[in-house]
Design a protein around this ligand. Sequence first.
Ligand code: NAG
Ligand code: NAG
Ligand code: NAG
Ligand code: NAG
Ligand code: NAG
Ligand code: NAG
Ligand code: NAG
Ligand code: NAG
Length: 447
Amino acid sequence: MGISRLPIYVFVFFLLSAHHHLSLGDPITCSGIVPTKHRSQMLSISDFGAVGDGATLNTNAFNAAIDRIRNAKNVSEGTLLYVPRGVYLTQSFNLTSHMTLYLAHGAVIKALQDTEKWPLIDPLPSYGRGRERPGQRYISFIHGDGLTDVVITGKNGTIDGAGEPWWNMWRHGTLKFTRPGLVEFKNSTDILISHVVLQNSPFWTLHPVYCSGVVVHHVTILAPTDSPNTDGIDPDSSSNVCIEDSYISTGDDLVAVKSGWDEYGIAYNRPSRDITIRRITGSSPFAGIAIGSETSGGIQNVTVENITLYNSGIGVHIKTNIGRGGSIQGITVSGVHLEKVRTGIKISGDTGDHPDDKFNVSALPVVRGITIKNVWGIKVERAGMVQGLKDAPFTNLCFSNVTFTGTKGSPIWKCSDVVGAAEKVNPTACPELTSTSQQGGYCENQA
Ligand SMILES: *[C@@H]1O[C@H](CO)[C@@H](O)[C@H](O)[C@H]1NC(C)=O
Ligand SMILES: *[C@@H]1O[C@H](CO)[C@@H](O)[C@H](O)[C@H]1NC(C)=O
Ligand SMILES: *[C@@H]1O[C@H](CO)[C@@H](O)[C@H](O)[C@H]1NC(C)=O
Ligand SMILES: *[C@@H]1O[C@H](CO)[C@@H](O)[C@H](O)[C@H]1NC(C)=O
Ligand SMILES: *[C@@H]1O[C@H](CO)[C@@H](O)[C@H](O)[C@H]1NC(C)=O
Ligand SMILES: *[C@@H]1O[C@H](CO)[C@@H](O)[C@H](O)[C@H]1NC(C)=O
Ligand SMILES: *[C@@H]1O[C@H](CO)[C@@H](O)[C@H](O)[C@H]1NC(C)=O
Ligand SMILES: *[C@@H]1O[C@H](CO)[C@@H](O)[C@H](O)[C@H]1NC(C)=O
């Protein structure tokens, strides 16, 4: 087998290196942000008694394999855990540091639908409670806490949250605690997720929280349009995050950058910053790219490039609220293509609910330094809804080279309590963004 594979390997290697050396137009990628490691040791989940027949429960096999990795002699070299083709039913499990979870082509790790026995963990301090119900929250299907050097990859195998019973509990109002996410990393560093399909999450799909050094590329994230709160990727109070080359189509925002909410997020004070999101395609009933609505730890230095969305609610949505505090600054979005969306761009100060009634009404968010350029949309119902807060206007907004066409008539802009500039915007933006004293200024400063 080794011999028959060798020429293919050499050929592929040649192709890759030739491409690397000859092509000057290579797109920028996230590579280099997280160190890549060669795993010298390899285990197969089959060696731990796992059976991929879609019926056998494999929780013990996953836990035993990961215990073995945790206690390996050369821990820091790391171990690859191979999941062969087949459907592996399991309850939630925890990953460990220095491991690669590798899903072969046709491998599916599928959540057992046991909402009754699903384990609970403490709420995140920046939320003070579960995001949708008070108190504790269900642990994510695949969970990592305090880890470093973890890779989830393979040949486009699938992690399936089998979320339907959870969505139904939400629909019927019978949830006792906040639904589990599909994959959550908390307080972790050097996390790499690629070439995997994440589907049918009960709640948010991929949630790095209090993390730094997170790379996500070539992932496919799927959930039905009507599945509640199935955000694609939610970098939350995390830094140095790079997300690219992915297809996401879910029931909520595709990528939403967050940092906790209200008095809990303000007290925890951990921002999301230094985040790049590029070459994402998909469709959402809500927003393609969202900042918020949980922004209390602050959100800074987010670069979004080359986003293609169709049949969606909103192209780009920056959202916060009174009581939220936090500052949203240094957000640059460029290269957005939209087809058939309700609202092209929305910036709003009245979005999202509150954890409880103890929020500080004087804690107003600061939104300044937002640049949105090179946006093109067809079949857009409303061009822009840009509405700040009366006591905290949103400032230094720049819209440049933004063109929307509607289906009947030209799509409108609606603005209030905002200050900014608009250059080459069609249809013409509102007076708040086009007054002569502002024109050009902010866009030039932020170019
Ligand atoms: C541990 O790593 C060292 C250095 O890479 C290597 O020489 C040794 O064989 C490894 N031991 C095991 C048990 O893998
Ligand atoms: C998984 O980790 C959580 C905390 O991160 C812990 O509460 C739980 O006991 C762990 N589960 C297992 C099976 O080790
Ligand atoms: C975060 O994880 C590290 C281990 O990587 C641990 O030492 C530290 O206590 C954790 N911090 C919190 C707040 O849990
Ligand atoms: C896996 O999916 C990615 C992203 O959709 C795609 O670029 C890649 O060619 C696929 N790889 C395989 C082995 O199917
Ligand atoms: C902003 O974030 C990018 C990564 O997205 C990083 O390369 C850059 O250094 C950051 N800029 C500042 C001023 O921190
Ligand atoms: C964005 O798309 C443009 C036009 O297709 C291309 O020139 C540019 O390199 C792309 N940028 C990124 C970061 O992918
Ligand atoms: C409420 O927010 C305001 C504005 O940030 C701050 O000055 C004040 O100290 C806060 N009050 C409390 C009780 O935290
Ligand atoms: C304006 O935006 C469109 C759509 O992204 C882009 O194709 C075009 O190159 C931009 N024009 C300039 C002058 O940047």
